[in-house]
Design a protein around this ligand. Structure first.
Ligand code: URA
Length: 444
């Protein structure tokens, strides 16, 4: 079919539903170059404003899957269940969850992303490990899944190339927060990677793409409906993102926090705790185990996950995976080898009171400004910079308590960073109740 690209964009701009054929032709044209980036960007913006019907979203997802290769994981023995998050600040769950679910008996083909907008990405965090290879050929991916049980890899050039293009363009054209675009982006990768089931963690709050629960519910339902059409069982949890998850934000620091949980050891010198991170990881693991039929119910799944964390199986699985993907396993026990920040300062509270607001998205942007994320596609990042948050929403603070530890470089403008952090974390006199971590455990 000969498609007039300007008319196609106009149709979307005016909210007229697009046919499967039109979408398929446009996706192909955006990869061949027939539709240059400015037309693709216009389409993304038109979609941002006028949205898509469920059928259009499913057709876009299909066309994005068909833009590349589909992995055949039939040679991987076992049930293949993946997990994906819509992204937040300090959201490092996947790094613990992949090996944990594999230690419980699942196969976890985890194709993860890099930072998007103000949020961090699992692959950037894993690449803080010296030597870690996130880009694997399909054969190696299959071998690691069979031998180890999990692999955390980045999207290869052949998997949903249309998503790679749209993801990069959305990141720089203010078109990320759009339900049909998020749905097609996530599901095109998951369908192409060969997952049989998917557990979604949909973040809601000031550090998430979905700021309101009502939008997050629509996203959850859209993801479920489109996944069902593709034959994938999808479970969706809504979790709070009004504050960073766990205590660390920043690539190497987040890896350190994950290692602490995986080792089941208290290693951080500040007695910081990761109760929320661990709780969410256990919840999502139980969901994965239930849909993978490793356990009969969530309670059993949770019990098994706790056991595999406590007996060291998850930690061993993580090390096996890192080794198989070329990472320096010894460095995992020697944090100074991957946490290479040059200068560390502590920001102290100036008065007593309660933490009653944390502007998480602004903290994510500050991290990018320090070098921990990207402003342009493909920019190198600095894994070493980041923050340790000593207080959570609702925490009582006294003057001189440490609020945040900042890990920076010799040339970091710490005065500016401190000013901003004081602006983004508000201390008040009235105690506000801390938000519930799991907002919806299983969206139907
Ligand atoms: N994760 C993705 O892969 N895509 C999005 O659009 C958002 C989160």
């Amino acid at each position: 079919m000969k498609l007039s690209i300007p008319e196609f964009i106009q149709k979307k701009r005016d909210g007229i539903p697009l046919s499967a054929e039109e979408i398929k032709t446009f996706v192909a044209a955006s990869l061949s170059g027939e539709a240059p980036d400015y037309q693709v960007a216009a389409f993304l913006m038109a979609t941002y404003f006028t949205g898509m019907t469920l059928d259009e979203t499913a057709n876009l997802t299909r066309a994005m899957v068909d833009s590349g290769e589909r992995y055949d994981l039939s040679k991987v023995k076992g049930v293949k269940i993946d997990k994906h998050s819509t992204g937040g600040i300090g959201d490092k769950v996947s790094i613990i969850l992949g090996p944990l679910a594999a230690a419980c008996g699942l196969k976890v083909p985890m194709m993860a992303g890099r930072g998007l907008g103000h949020t961090g990405g699992t692959i950037d965090k894993m690449e803080a490990i010296p030597g870690y290879r996130a880009v694997l050929e399909k054969e190696e991916f299959v071998k690691i899944l069979n031998d180890v049980g999990c692999a955390i890899i980045s999207q290869s050039a052949t998997i949903a190339p249309a998503d790679r293009k749209y993801y990069a363009l959305r990141d720089v054209t203010a078109t990320i927060e759009c339900i049909p675009l998020i749905t097609s982006s996530i599901l095109s990768k998951k369908i192409a990677e060969g997952a049989e089931g998917l557990v979604m963690d949909i973040k809601v709050g000031n550090g998430a793409f979905m700021k309101r629960k009502t939008d997050a519910m629509i996203l959850a339902k859209t993801l479920r409906a489109v996944a069902k059409k593709a034959g994938i069982e999808l479970r969706a949890t809504l979790s709070n993102m009004d504050q960073p998850l766990g205590y660390a934000a920043g690539n190497a620091l987040e890896l350190y926090e994950c290692i602490e949980i995986l080792k089941n050891e208290h290693i951080n010198p500040y007695s910081l705790s990761s109760v929320d991170l661990k709780e969410l990881t256990l919840h999502l693991c139980a969901q994965m185990l239930e849909i993978g039929k490793i356990v009969k119910n969530l309670a059993e799944g949770r019990k098994l996950a706790i056991q595999k964390l406590q007996d060291g199986s998850a930690w061993n699985k993580f090390k096996e995976m890192v080794k198989a993907q070329g990472g320096d396993v010894e460095s995992l026990d020697e944090p100074w080898r991957y946490m290479k920040s040059e200068k560390v300062i502590e920001i102290k509270c100036k008065k007593k009171g309660y933490v009653n607001e944390i502007q998480s998205e602004s903290l994510g942007r500050l991290l990018i400004h320090l070098g921990g994320g990207r402003n342009k596609v493909g920019e190198p990042i600095d894994h070493s910079v980041g923050f340790f948050f000593h207080k959570k929403l609702g925490s009582m603070v006294k003057s001189d308590d440490t609020l945040v530890t900042v890990f920076g470089k010799n040339n970091t403008n710490f005065t500016e960073v401190e000013e901003k952090i004081r602006q983004f974390i508000k201390i008040g006199t009235a105690k506000k109740t801390a938000p519930k971590l799991i907002i919806e455990a299983n969206v139907k």
